[in-house]
Design a protein. Sequence first.
Length: 292
Amino acid sequence: MITVIGSANMDIIAQADKFPLQGETVRGKDFQTSPGGKGANQAVACARLGQNVQLIGTIGTDSFGEMIVANLRNQQVDTSYIAQAEGPSGVAIVLLTEGDNRIISIPGANHALTPQRIGELKSVIGASQLVMMQLELPIDTVWSVLKLCRELEVPVMMDPAPSSSFQLEYMSYVHYLTPNETECAQLFGISIEETVSNYPNQLLVTLGKDGVCYHDREQIIYVPGVPVQVVDTTGAGDTFNGALASQLVQGNDLHSAVQFANVAASLSVGKFGAQGGMPTAQEVENVTDKID
Ligand code: RIB
């Protein structure tokens, strides 16, 4: 069982031809709501790939909360450990232009996930093959998860987003860290090549259409991107994380897991919404067969 500990949001998506500049108003093309949140997205990515996955998180008492849970259940994510907190659910304002996005996420109920709740779920977390987390939770909750997982010897994959909540000390607690290139530069302040060399087989940097970069203890490995027609890049990083986790818990080696996750993330940008383009294992394999 994979356990994702993280956020569940409703994404409020505005599509336009270009992003507004400071003080500018631009005419939008479309508006939609769609389930998102980095934790929920990662859980759905795992489920779509056939993995047993549960999400530990918190929704609000608004109608978005009900919609978030209903969607997770439809996607075969175990919602047994999703709690409800008084007030609004997490929402993310997603500005979408062709091939690019900008997101403001407002935590809402996601910030009601406390260290105490993590402690109450010790046996659930301890029975996990892998814990996945992101940083849309309170920092003391992130620390409680990291310390508990170390005590229980459960490996942790962390997506350090939003990067402003990252602390360098996390590195000694996580088995895998998966920033995108912007986050990597913000977190470490040196070149990607130098950074991955400092954290071999631990730091996996996603490079958008250019694929993934990591160091395998001998050399820097670049896994090239897979060309696709981009519709919406929202959730591509979450798909990468979910696919990577799904491969690792099946006992695959890191390199083949990264290759698989790279293809999954590439496929995810071909459809609308953070979760809309997340592929099945068969869809990933169909593409992988053509690359081989
Ligand atoms: O990673 C994409 C996600 O970030 C969106 O679904 C949005 O909810 C924000 O959390």
